[in-house]
Design a protein around this ligand. Sequence first.
Ligand SMILES: [Zn+2]
Length: 188
Amino acid sequence: MYGTGQDLKKPVLLNNLPEFESFKKFCGNFGIGFQKIDNHPFSEMLVPYILENCFGMKTNKEMELISRLQQLNSKMKLSRPERRLIKLNAILRKDASIVNLLKEIAQYKCQFPDCNSIILTESGTNYVEVAHVKPIFKGGQSIIGNLIVLCPNHHKEFDLGKLSISEQRIEMLSGNLNGKNFTIKLIN
Ligand SMILES: [Zn+2]
């Protein structure tokens, strides 16, 4: 199904979505239009799917992640800079939900540009780590720094390599790592 194009970021095919065929039958192959679609399970996922894919709107999970990071950031403002990292690590250890959200939104892929690292785990997901890039205080808007999803190699390279940061906001990080420019957006 295609939109008119005018208001859509890009047209999206709904045909491959789960339940689409059954939904089509339910609507009488669209002969009767979209009446009473609320009664079908497909409609529950249709609205968020269209908002995200056609209008580029953030999903609930993405909004939740940003708000969790903003909360962390404002909480950390109150503590002394030298205590922040210890506190942040303690929070992340105690509550895995931010770590899991980060990985899920990154689709379990390393966020460093052009990295195709795959380490398949027994459960079938790709193994990635959540790395912490310390905040820069010159113009940095993030108190906690950036939490980014990286493969183990890039994680180590961030920790040990020559890193310069040119822009750091809570949801984006750009700079140069060992001669390679990068921009990492928490949410694309
Ligand atoms: Zn990588």
